[in-house]
Design a protein around this ligand. Structure first.
Ligand SMILES: [Fe+2]
Ligand SMILES: [Fe+2]
Length: 277
């Protein structure tokens, strides 16, 4: 199977101050899970870039080197656009999330300083395996209640995650390698990420008690939370579990047709592109 081209698209998304943090209509919990993901990215993606930059000198395959450059370029655009989105939402409160973000930043600084390149590459692949699975789930979910500005940001980002889905895996195996190490550190990475997502979501829920009261109070909150888990987990878990198999390779994952449409659309709408096929 041939490699997907990696196009670096510079986007100019606009997120006005009036953007509602509940950007999925009537679904504060689902919105907050996505906000948590967005809050994570300006810490995580620069760490991925630092890791890949450190690995670059050890990548001897010119095609993989080019893919690595594409990966760095795309991730660099992702966290910048998410930082703009986060700033628009931060103006609405959510003060309890700040200490969680600070702890996360310290974790990533520490990993880069004290852990081996092999660990950091395996962490990167653990995250990339999860975002690939998330992108495939996102495509199958009902997105009709999303605010179009938030939907564009997440669609563009997840489409590009699928475009570069093989890079962290290939760089890990090229530079370091080891199946059990990949799975062990990958599980650690996913638990580390999930811990932040859950804690940040709960903090936002606690910060918006008035809003939740307007949306039916505790009972409705519990019902929506259970419905969200039922909608997402049976789709997500098998996709994540298969990444632990010894014969897993992200190249075996096909890009869904709607994602191919998003590629064309966002390439058209980008203010500039690099690496177009
Ligand atoms: Fe990304
Ligand atoms: Fe990525």
């Amino acid at each position: 199977m041939s490699l997907e081209p990696i196009t670096i698209r510079r986007m100019r998304f606009e997120f006005p101050a009036e953007l509602d943090p509940v950007f999925i209509e009537g679904e504060p919990e689902e919105s907050y899970v996505n906000v948590s993901m967005s809050l994570l990215l300006p810490y995580l993606e620069p760490y991925l870039i630092r890791t890949m930059t450190a690995a670059k000198a050890k990548v001897t395959d010119p095609v993989l080197r080019e893919q690595l450059e594409g990966f760095i370029g795309q991730e660099g655009q992702h966290y910048r656009e998410h930082a703009k989105f986060n700033e628009a939402l931060r103006a609405k409160g959510f003060t309890s999330v700040a200490p969680l973000e600070q702890a996360l930043e310290e974790d990533y600084r520490r990993f880069a300083k004290t852990r081996s390149l092999r660990f950091n590459l395996a962490y990167a692949e653990g995250f990339e395996a999860m975002t690939t699975a998330m992108a495939l789930v996102f495509v199958g979910l009902d997105r009709s209640k999303w605010d179009p500005r938030a939907l564009d940001l997440f669609s563009w980002h997840l489409m590009e995650e699928l475009e570069h889905r093989t890079v962290a895996f290939d760089v890990y195996h090229h530079v370091a390698g080891g199946y059990f190490y990949r799975v062990g550190v990958g599980l650690y990475a996913q638990a580390h990420l999930m811990r932040f997502l859950i804690r940040a979501t709960l903090a936002m829920v606690a910060d918006s008690s008035e809003r939740l009261e307007q949306l039916g109070g505790k009972r409705a909150h519990k019902q929506r939370w259970n419905a969200l888990n039922l909608r997402v987990l049976p789709r997500l878990l098998p996709k994540v579990l298969r990444t632990y198999l010894p014969w897993y390779h992200p190249r075996g994952i096909e890009m869904p047709p709607v994602v191919r449409q998003w590629r064309e659309r966002f390439t058209r709408e980008a203010t500039s592109t690099r690496g177009c096929p």
